[in-house]
Design a protein around this ligand. Structure first.
Ligand SMILES: CC(C)(COP(=O)(O)OP(=O)(O)OC[C@H]1O[C@@H](n2cnc3c(N)ncnc32)[C@H](O)[C@@H]1OP(=O)(O)O)[C@@H](O)C(=O)NCCC(=O)NCCS
Length: 185
């Protein structure tokens, strides 16, 4: 019975993976531009204007990252001033591009707001809400995301803890369990 449930879980995982691939291909068909070597892990939301999003090369976009290119909040002052044609959200919006340059890592569940530009060699912390334009070679975090250190500072702090586990799931689990506490923390 246990094996049956594990098989079901594996089947759902495979189906979800295909579904995510489909969503990404659809966004690309709708104009999302993605450079060479960029990887997407898990599921993502590219919104209704993927053609306003450019992602460069060698980026890693982790699970649950959401790109937002429009803002229906403008409807509130329009209704307040009697300038809305219809009292329905979504009919009027403002729009801005999102540009992610090369070698950018975006941590899990981050929201990238309209008008964001992230330059080369940027790390975005998990759960950040990112808006505006940032310089190159930095780590940013928080809501709203702010620079927390330079890329060099982050590297110096973490370089001795880097390990490379095997790719297969089981081997990977075994490998990580054998690591010394210094690497895990
Ligand atoms: C941003 C990040 C790279 C920083 O790594 P680090 O420098 O080793 O992290 P530290 O824990 O030493 O934190 C450094 C500072 O940043 C802050 N910080 C770290 N992660 C943060 C986050 N997600 N949001 C807000 N602040 C964060 C810490 O509170 C700390 O602040 P302090 O100096 O005032 O105490 C890491 O925390 C992170 O978010 N990585 C992404 C993880 C992820 O999404 N993995 C997905 C699978 S690959």
């Amino acid at each position: 019975m246990k094996h049956f449930f594990i098989m079901i879980a594996e089947a759902f995982r495979a189906a979800r993976s295909l579904q995510r691939k489909g969503f990404l291909l659809k966004a690309q068909r709708d104009g999302l531009r993605v450079g060479q070597g960029t990887k997407f892990v898990g599921s993502h939301e590219f919104g209704t204007e993927p053609f306003l999003i450019t992602i460069g090369s060698d980026c890693l976009i982790t699970d649950g990252v959401r790109f937002i290119t429009h803002d229906g909040a403008i409807q509130v002052p329009l209704i307040a001033k009697g300038e809305a044609f219809e009292r329905i959200y979504g009919h009027k919006s403002t729009f801005k591009r999102i540009t992610i340059e090369n070698n950018v890592f975006i941590g899990v569940s981050t929201i990238i707001m309209p008008g964001t530009t992230l330059r080369n060699n940027t790390i975005v912390a998990a759960g950040s809400v990112v808006g505006g334009t940032f310089p190159e070679n930095i780590v940013i975090a928080g809501n709203p995301a702010k620079i927390i250190c330079t890329l060099d500072q982050y590297y110096e702090k973490n370089r001795n803890r880097v390990v490379q586990p095997p790719r297969s799931r089981d081997e990977r689990m075994k490998f990580i369990q054998t690591l010394h506490d210094d690497s895990i923390g």
